[in-house]
Design a protein around this ligand. Structure first.
Ligand code: IPT
Length: 963
């Protein structure tokens, strides 16, 4: 251990001075593979992974919380996109500090035993602005994701920077990284020399774990030939993304991959680098709770088990934890929340799908023969059922995966499956009048001929959660929906069966050394003590599904499995002599039942003693407390808010002399403007958030209107003023304003002020530079015979590419007056602002609101919080930005929705002190009202989560001194 640490720190030191030379131990010798699975140090691994983006959780201490939850759900791996634009405000400038500290992130993964599939792009897609490219890349002259020289120079710079953190964290250096993905879904506009250059660059920098590629479909891209990776795989989202109809699945969505793999990359494990874990939702969408319904726990049963049936042994769920696309992270079509309907919610909470994943994950972890199988014949006596047989290559163990032939049916079907056992081949269940049931959308894995501990299982007609050996006895836990028949047969010489716990109608028969146990799945758990092989006891636990989901199977650092029933979450278990120390979370007072070695006499829960009793059948029971549900939260509807108008840019005497002149006559942008000068913000170094353009022109008697053609993403809006007077606000691109001569200045300049509230840039899925789609205007012209010229100034975020707030980074702010002046920051002196309460009265232009509030969340509680906008008017359109302690945590569009509740992670929010909230509101219509704003808890849990420190959040004072 010490040696490993030393090795890791030496290589870290080397990497810091830029001498990166691969792993101390060549990672490609540690991570190997064959057609069945990945192997780590020669040991097969079912790679059970979830996607997690550090940049969607900018509270580094919470990374530990999520990784610990991954572990609790029995994920052993996380797939991570590294996001170029998150680290680089300007060409040549890279930042890996604070919330961007990916070394800390990777070390945290390692601490919780989570392997990493590294995906540093350069392109990532991921619903982030520009698909992960930095803002400055929009102005390169050349197509991205090709061998174009300017793009080549740019991405090499990124890999040089990020590889310094990735290389020392490879498995050969004692780190968690086991695989390295090249590019992302690169399946159109293919340029093999670009793929080869990527592989070469990674290698040169010292990345020596096997390379991977995620094909967007079974297209065979980069599986063979020039640019091929080591372990090819693909993505699949079988129920797609229509969250507004969560019950509707394609009629037969079963995707049968085995033949494709066998013909495309027959020597590599079947890898699903992105398999649907939830769904995208965008502006005006159905909301993520609906996406979670579309991809619910029954979806997880059917589709994940279907993957296993096809032989997949690398499966990464996109997303495992979605998080928050805070600030300017989201690409144009999506809003702030990136909950994704994933197993762990945006606020870090458990869901039915998380529990289902935990059940599957324990099976994949503990039933080893499942990781190395070939297909075998299988029979079922009902045509409505599909059965896939898979057999271990090195034992007799066979698995039968059953699902409905039509995945979307909600029929109840009963049937028998023929299993191959060492007692012969026969249909199970054997007890007459009983059957295996698929009750609507469901799938099961039936195991046959399986040696575990001292036992031999002939078959079990329902799913195995886990098994373990404690003292002299074996424990096996199986589950199915309540009321369904269960039959388990083991090798035994005695019919000694004793049932405890919830009654399950247990019966048993012994026939030629086969002990057959029958029961019905109870509402609860039945504990069945049976005499198994060689007279050794088997404790068979049979749980109805609703109880099964509350079983946890953590492993101690010495590799012992402990079974705990009851809690909302069990994070960890350690055994020290007589004492079992558990950590976890409860949502109410909870009865525990613990299955552990008889040596354990004492139990602690989050460090507090639990008084436990032993049961007749050798388990421990006890009770742990729930949270305090009367936690007081501040009532922001009673707060005094400070208000300031915030669009002085609309007035003619506003001083824009320090603004950048928008005077370019040419652009490298592939989408050229129709009028000049070029009014594309990116061309002037402004890549994020709101933009101002001020145009000046002389009056002329022929002017009768202004023609405006905007270029912006979905969800954006723009507002126009002429000489301080509101002309109109638009969410469409094209508008012709008519102008009366009386609107124009008699002498001096007319000023046309245009404010654009933007959403992020497009992605680049099609390799056609779509990400460069400009933000600004393709045309602004005066209608009239003389073609009066307009001279322009442009303004965006303070400093442009030379960002001022290096702590919060390039994606926190845009160019609203309040953002440029630091009104979003804690400590801004707003004493002289007007006092108001919300809902406010009608306001026009841009308005800013600020207040502070204290939080005092009691010790050991996890109370994730969000800020809710309550609309007081639905007809007037507004766009708002929400800042908490200076961090932008919400983009609110009242006419689009669907998001009104904005999660703000602890760390960004100080749960034990003062917080500053600031809201910038753009009136798209002439006058708008900001409604009530409230603080809401997502849950109240008594929690054993790691301590969360407050994230460094510089105040207004530090911003001033940085000028
Ligand atoms: C897949 C992308 O690889 C991933 O980055 C993300 O955008 C995901 O889609 C959708 O959330 S592309 C897949 C739909 C073929």
């Amino acid at each position: 251990m010490v040696a490993k640490k030393l090795v890791a720190s030496i290589s870290l030191a080397l990497s810091l001075v830029g001498v990166v030379s691969g792993s101390t131990v060549d990672s490609s010798k540690i991570v190997t593979w064959d057609k069945y699975s990945l192997k780590i140090n020669g040991e097969r691994l079912f790679t059970f992974s979830g996607e997690f983006h550090y940049y969607r959780l900018p509270s580094p201490d919470l990374w530990a919380d999520i990784f610990e939850k991954f572990k609790a759900l029995n994920f052993n791996t996380a797939s991570i996109y590294f996001y170029w634009g998150y680290h680089s405000p300007k060409q040549g400038v890279y930042d890996f500090e604070g919330v961007r500290d990916i070394s800390k992130f990777l070390e945290t993964a390692k601490k919780y035993g989570i392997n990493i599939i590294s995906r540093a792009g350069p392109y990532i897609n991921a619903e982030v602005s520009e698909g992960g490219f930095p803002g400055w890349l929009t102005t390169i002259n050349g197509t991205a994701r090709t061998s174009n020289p300017s793009y080549d120079e740019a991405w090499k710079e990124w890999l040089t920077a990020v590889d310094k953190h990735l290389v020392p964290n490879q498995i050969g250096n004692g780190g968690p990284i086991i695989l390295n993905q090249l590019e992302n879904e690169y399946a159109v506009g293919l340029d093999p020399s670009y793929m080869v250059a990527l592989a070469d660059k990674y290698k040169k920098d010292g990345m020596d774990v096997p390379t991977t590629f995620n094909d967007p479909w079974t297209g065979g891209h980069w599986a063979t030939g020039e640019g091929a990776v080591d372990i090819y795989g693909w993505d699949s989202y079988p129920v797609l993304f229509d969250c507004s109809h969560p019950d509707v699945w394609p009629s037969n969505v079963s995707t049968y991959f085995r033949d494709f793999r066998d013909s495309t990359n027959p020597t590599e494990p079947m890898a699903l680098y992105e398999f649907q874990g939830g769904a995208i939702d965008g502006w005006g969408g159905a909301g993520f709770e609906k996406c979670r319904e579309l991809t619910n726990e029954r979806f997880a049963k059917i589709f994940y088990k279907n993957n296993y049936a096809q032989g997949a042994t690398i499966q990464s769920l996109y997303m495992g934890y979605g998080g928050t696309s805070w600030g300017e992270i989201p690409t144009t079509a999506v809003y702030t929340s990136y909950d994704y309907g994933s197993p762990i919610t945006e606020a870090g909470l458990m869901t039915p799908k998380a529990y289902e994943i935990k059940l599957q994950g324990a099976f994949l972890r503990d039933v080893k023969p499942f990781v190395s199988t070939t297909n075998t014949t299988a029979e079922v006596d009902n045509d409505a059922i599909r059965v896939d047989g898979i057999k271990d290559i090195s034992s007799d163990t066979t698995f039968y995966i059953v699902q409905h032939a039509f995945s979307n049916t909600t029929n109840v079907d009963k049937f028998h499956v023929t299993v191959d056992t060492n007692d012969g081949k026969f249909a199970v269940p054997r007890k007459s009048g009983t059957a295996i049931t698929l009750n609507g959308r469901d799938a099961k894995i039936i195991t046959a001929s399986y040696d575990f501990g001292s036992q031999h299982l002939l078959y079990a007609t329902s799913d195995i959660f886990t098994h373990t050996q404690q003292d002299a006895r074996d424990v096996l836990l199986v589950y199915a929906y309540e009321g369904e028949d269960g039959e388990v047969a083991i090798t035994s010489s005695a019919n000694k069966v004793q049932a405890y716990g919830t009654s399950a109608g247990v019966s048993s028969t012994l026939n030629k050394n086969v002990l057959q146990i029958n029961y019905k799945y109870p509402h609860g758990s039945a504990f069945i003590s049976a005499t198994g092989k060689n007279g050794k006891e088997l404790l068979l636990i049979v749980s109805g599904y609703d109880t099964a989901v509350k079983w946890w199977a953590p492993q101690t650092s010495k590799g012992e499995t402990v079974l705990i029933s009851g809690p909302y979450l069990v994070r960890s278990a350690e055994i020290n002599g007589k004492r079992l120390a558990l950590t976890g979370d409860t949502d109410a007072t909870t009865n525990l039942e613990i299955v552990v070695s008889s040596a354990v006499k004492q139990v602690t829960w989050n460090g507090v003693n639990v008084s436990v009793k032993s049961t007749k059948y050798g388990t421990l029971t006890g009770k742990v407390s729930g949270p305090n549900k009367n936690i007081k939260l501040p009532d922001l509807t009673k707060s005094t808010w400070k208000y300031s108008p915030a669009s002085p840019e609309t007035t003619n005497d506003f001083d824009d002399s320090k603004w950048v002149a928008a005077d370019h006559k040419t652009t490298t942008n592939p989408f050229p403007p129709t009028s000049l000068p070029v009014l594309y913000s990116d061309d002037y170094g402004y890549h994020t958030g709101s933009l101002w353009f001020r145009g000046k022109f002389k009056s002329s008697s022929d002017i009768s209107g202004i023609k405006v053609n905007a270029t912006m993403g979905y969800g954006s809006a723009w507002v126009a003023w002429l000489n301080g007077k509101y002309l109109g606000g638009e969410t469409d691109i094209v508008k012709d304003f008519s102008i009366k001569q009386s609107d124009l200045e008699k002498s001096g300049d007319n000023v046309l002020s245009l404010l654009m509230w933007t959403t992020g840039h497009e992605e680049d899925w099609n390799v056609n530079d779509q990400y460069k789609t400009p933000r600004g205007f393709t045309e602004v012209s005066l209608t009239g015979s003389k073609k009066t010229p307009i001279s322009w100034k442009v303004q965006g975020n303070l400093g442009g590419e030379n960002i001022v707030d290096t702590v919060r980074g390039a994606l926190n702010e845009g160019g609203l007056y309040g953002e440029r002046m630091g009104w979003h920051l804690p400590g801004y002196p707003d004493q002289n602002w007007k006092k108001v309460s919300l809902p406010d009265t009608k306001r026009s232009g841009v308005s800013w609101y600020r207040t502070t509030f204290d939080l005092n969340i009691p010790k050991n509680h996890d109370v994730p919080l969000g800020i809710r906008f309550k609309e007081s008017s639905s007809t007037e359109r507004l766009r708002a930005l929400l800042f908490i302690n200076g961090w932008q945590f919400g983009k609110f569009a009242n006419d689009l929705g669907p998001q009104t509740l904005f999660y703000v992670p602890e760390g960004i929010l100080n749960h034990h002190g003062e917080n500053t909230i600031a809201i910038g509101v753009v009136a798209v219509d002439e006058e708008v009202t900001l409604g009530e704003v409230t603080i809401e808890p997502y849950a109240k849990l008594l929690s054993g989560k790691p301590t969360v420190g407050v994230v460094n959040s510089p105040t207004y004072a530090s911003r001033k001194s940085s000028h």
